[in-house]
Design a protein around this ligand. Structure first.
Ligand code: BGC
Length: 750
């Protein structure tokens, strides 16, 4: 039986039952149609399959599984293929464990470093987010396992996450907060999308008809099922009408009656219910038909976790102290995180990792080390004896490696951070260590940026984010030069919290948070404001050096409907094999509307032997140049000059080319008596009429200005006049003004 035939046979009761989960992790089964209950599990950076007590807060134990770096770290690889491999490996584990849907990836934008869940999100940049989320989905789904792209949408804080309304304008919504979802939906077709808890402009995401129905399902042609975040349903019928198909974790029958009544009273048309049923059945069928027997080797997956971990590390600073020499015998390790690495975040994504090596054990392969705890990994407590011991040891050690970071309690799903500082005890000890030893190296484990008051005093900084179960092996490979670091930051590290774009609005009050910073998020803000940052978006060092050469583009002038190719040669000019992440940014120089100084529109990760050159290319299309124009409810490219910039980070642009893009869309323009002369003079269709019929009426005004003001000022004042001002300053009647307006509008359509 095909799905339509099944729906025809289903009773109303069966349909209703299918629209909510059977229990915490399963859908309802329909044995009579040979459709099993399927299981969903978190996600995203490892499989959190719970066999016993279920919860969505990371409380109860799940089965052993491979733990990969969380999205914040993965994103630093800027590598679609690598993230695809993470997805495939997770897909295998899901097949082996009978899990049908992995609840991830998270594609929310990092609006502020304070969001407690930033570790689970990729980036502050929507393009990067969309590409990487798509790669993850493709990887998992290549194994016939579904994904759930979450949390849709504008869920960028944990504070009041169940109720808070994200108050946002349409352009910001489209350009910053929806683009990542849009790209992933269109390019990777996730089996499901998970709607978020919060409200958007007052309406719960789970009831947002415009978002779920009009945008996701109609405009983006999403064919999968929308599922609710766990407990995100408020009004079930409004949800079904909006396009929210499956309620999770189920309603224990409570909403069944509500749906039944809505159908019988005609409030909920059967067609809407059938559409949801069809989407849910398709998902169940896909899993059932694509299920296969597979086993996997945990050690092999652990090796993948190490590979992914090292590719995610970002060398933020290196004053030539790294890589370390292998025969070093006077290496001091400090910090509680060395014993107990912080390799994953708290909350629903918490995985029962297969095998986590600590940094001290992993170091044994490379060097004889001394360890002094110095500070705890789980609190902000100054431990006098431990700190003194570390300082004494540091006096006679060749190099000090400090394992610092955010204790688990400092950041988690469920609440936000209130500051960006590391625990005082860590900052204080790092300062003291720098006073007695000149070779201090900091290894950071944190889900989101931290302030670094000691940045100028230490010799090197390696950012691990939350690097998964392979992080310790990966870190030592980098420190001793067995792997040349290649990660780059997928978010800006601001100098201090008060520099951040959402600083004055983040969190909000009375259950509303205003997105007043608009499209200026992350580097879009820091660059446009010309603000110094601690480390910019896209930054990351290598042990080798790269040259960028021969930037070229297939056309210098083209229509907005064309796709053009940009190419550049990347040369490894150093002594060791290395990976460069090349970034392409576009700048709008047309001055038609406010735009950020630059926006990421392409990236590639390229591996090069010493002396090797590779040509890489990027395709640019309409969306690479467009902004969201609300008057036409569509993407629009103003005609004019754009700059295509290629570089090694957002603040290390190596070369650029100017191009001219011609719009093929004309924006609707209705002239009225408030239209300014300046605009009439600019437009080819109205310019002549303005010169002939309107300007002469301003003759006296023009003459008066010409005698006493500079030409620039006189022109500015004249251009700012409206047609209506003819009445006050030139005695033109309302009837004549109306005629002029009509004539001008006539010219526009001629
Ligand atoms: C989280 C989701 C998660 C779900 C199930 C919710 O609290 O927001 O990301 O997938 O729980 O655990």
């Amino acid at each position: 039986m095909n799905i339509n035939e099944i729906i025809e046979q289903m009773t109303l009761e069966e349909k209703i039952q299918l629209c909510s989960g059977r229990d915490f992790w399963h859908t309802e089964s329909l044995e009579q149609y040979d459709l099993p209950a399927i299981m969903m599990s978190d996600g995203p950076h490892g499989l959190r399959k719970q066999e016993d007590a279920a919860d969505h807060l990371g409380v109860n134990k799940s089965i052993e599984a491979t733990c990969f770096p969380s999205a914040a770290g993965l994103a630093c690889s800027f590598d679609r293929e690598l993230i695809g491999l993470v997805g495939e490996t997770l897909g295998d584990e899901c097949q082996a464990e009978g899990v049908a849907i992995l609840l991830g990836p998270g594609a929310n934008i990092k609006r502020s470093p304070l969001c407690g869940r930033n570790f689970e999100y990729f980036s502050e940049d929507p393009y990067l987010t969309g590409e990487l989320a798509g790669a993850y989905i493709n990887g998992v789904q290549s194994k016939n396992i579904g994904t759930s792209l979450k949390h849709f949408a504008v869920n960028n804080q944990e504070y009041e996450r169940l109720v808070s309304s994200s108050e946002i304008d349409e352009r910001t919504l489209r350009e910053v907060y929806l683009t990542g979802f849009e790209m992933a939906v269109k390019n990777a077709k996730p089996w499901t999308v998970m709607c978020s808890y919060n409200r958007i402009n007052g309406i719960y995401a789970s009831e947002h008809k415009r978002l779920l129905g009009d945008v996701l399902k109609e405009e983006w042609q999403f064919e999968g099922a929308v599922i609710s975040d766990w407990g995100a349903v408020s009004d079930r019928v409004k949800g079904l009408l909006a396009g929210m198909d499956l309620e999770m974790p189920g309603c224990q029958g409570l909403n069944d009656e509500v749906i039944r009544e809505a159908v019988s009273s005609g409030v909920l048309p059967m067609k809407a219910l059938d559409d949801s049923v069809k989407r849910i059945l398709t998902m169940i069928r896909s899993f059932k038909n694509g299920k296969y027997e597979v086993t996997y080797d945990r050690e092999e997956h652990h090796a993948v976790a190490i590979e992914i971990a090292k590719r995610s590390l970002v060398l933020l600073k290196n004053e030539s102290v790294l890589p370390l020499k292998k025969d070093t015998d006077d290496l001091l390790i400090v910090g509680g995180f060395a014993e107990k690495p912080r390799y994953q975040g708290g909350g629903s994504s918490h995985v029962n990792a297969y095998k986590v090596t600590d940094f001290i054990t992993a170091a044994n392969e490379y060097a004889a080390i001394t360890y002094a705890k110095g500070f705890p990994e789980d609190s902000d407590e100054w431990l006098e004896n431990e700190a003194r011991e570390a300082i004494e040891e540091a006096k006679t050690s060749g190099t000090v490696v400090v394992f610092a970071g955010l204790p688990e309690l400092f950041e988690s799903e469920g609440y936000d951070r209130t500051h960006m500082a590391l625990p005082d005890c860590q900052n204080r000890l790092i300062n003291e260590l720098c006073q007695v030893n000149e070779r201090v190296i900091i290894i950071l484990q944190n889900g989101s940026p931290v302030e670094m008051p000691w940045v100028n005093d230490v010799e090197a900084i390696l950012e691990c984010y939350l690097g998964g179960e392979g992080v310790a092996e990966g870190v030592w490979q980098v420190l001793f030069g067995d792997y040349n670091p290649s990660g780059k930051l997928a978010e800006s590290f601001p100098l201090k919290l008060s520099d951040t774009p959402a600083y004055l609005n983040y969190g909000g009050y009375r259950q509303k948070t205003y997105y007043n910073e608009g499209i200026y998020v992350g580097y879009r803000y820091y660059d446009s404001r010309d603000l110094d940052v601690l480390f910019p978006f896209g930054h990351g060092l290598s042990y080798t050096t790269f040259e960028h050469d021969n930037l070229d583009i297939s056309q210098r002038t083209f229509n907005d409907t064309d796709t053009v190719m940009v190419s550049i040669d990347i040369l490894n000019t150093g002594q060791c094999t290395g990976r460069e992440i090349v970034q392409l940014y576009v700048r709008d120089k047309t001055n038609q509307v406010q735009r950020p100084l630059k926006e990421l529109k392409g990236f590639e990760s390229v591996l090069l032997e010493p002396g090797e050159t590779k040509k890489i290319s990027f395709a640019l299309d309409k969306r690479s140049f467009a902004y969201y124009e609300t008057t036409i409810e569509d993407w629009y490219v103003p005609s004019g000059i754009y700059e295509v910039m290629v570089g090694s980070s957002s603040r290390d642009i190596r070369d650029c080319i100017e191009v001219k893009v011609l719009s093929t869309t004309e924006l609707p323009w209705v002239i009225d008596q408030d239209t300014k002369l300046g605009l009439l003079l600019e437009h080819s269709k109205t310019r002549q009429y303005c010169i002939e019929h309107i300007m002469p009426e301003f003759e006296a005004f023009t003459k008066a200005l010409a005698g006493s003001l500079s030409d620039n000022l006189a022109n500015a004042l004249l251009n700012a006049r409206t047609i209506r001002s003819l009445r006050s300053f030139s005695g033109i009647s309302n009837a004549r003004i109306s005629k002029m307006v009509a004539d001008l509008n006539g010219l526009l359509v001629s």
